[in-house]
Design a protein. Sequence first.
Length: 317
Amino acid sequence: MASAVTSPGAAKNINSASDSSLFHMSTRRRAKARILLRGPSWGGKTTSALLMAYGMTDDGKGGHSFKRIAGIDTENGRMEVKAGMEFNGVKVDPFLVTSISEPYTVEKYVMALAVAEKLPIDVIIIDSASHEWAGPGGLLERKDSIDLTSNNRNGASAWNVITPLHNRFISAILSSPKHVIVTLRTKSGISMVEGEDSKTKVRRVALDSIMRDCFEFEFSWAFSMIDGIAIAEKDDSCLFPKDKGFVPGPETGEAIIAWLNQGVDEEPPKTALNYDCKAVLCDCGSRATLEATDDVVGKKVGIYRCLAENRHFRRAL
């Protein structure tokens, strides 16, 4: 039952432009890594993801452990092939893994992430996310299927279904309480470059990612992988040079974790802007909008205004 109030009082009002309670002083906070590795076949994405993830784990004894990695494999078991192999002096010990097979639906990815988050691990690897978009049963195929059964020839009705599904996939990655490394397939091409001996050489390059545009915006680090060499395309930490390639390894993951852990271990304060401001129904049946938040006996409540009677009432958020 909603309790009526005559005024929001000292509550945090979201409609007051001068209300400084909506803002707080910036504070560097600890965060979880969101890393993207993209490249063509044999670019070194899976191996680099495993080695980086290893350096990001904590075995509780001051070291690392592959047992604290969970892999979500869409490449027909290709990730598991790495177990037991040695790369640059690091042996890949057994790690947790699950496989997604076609149809590559968003629901399968989200379920795999949710299950992995309950395991005693530190890092989740999605290898790869390209199937969610362009694989059999992926979102592009679902769009084509909707187009075939829809009278809307411009495809707008299909995107009304596909975009929320894709956003759900992105949200599942961003909201994960674990570090997440995602790989993407890319198209490949060739580039003529001048070598150290001043001779022109042919080098493979990664072109467009097989994924919806702007996917890389969601990550703090994005690396282009070619023949095991990574080039930083996005680096919020400024740890890696953008004009020079390097071979990713455990030390890469260690550097990222050290940078992430420099912040304080606390959640940012919440204001009314962090809650859903969509209209709800008042007890009289009329629509009401969230105008402020308040604390009642240690619980966060919203203060709503009934649009019909112009009165305020409280309701738990």
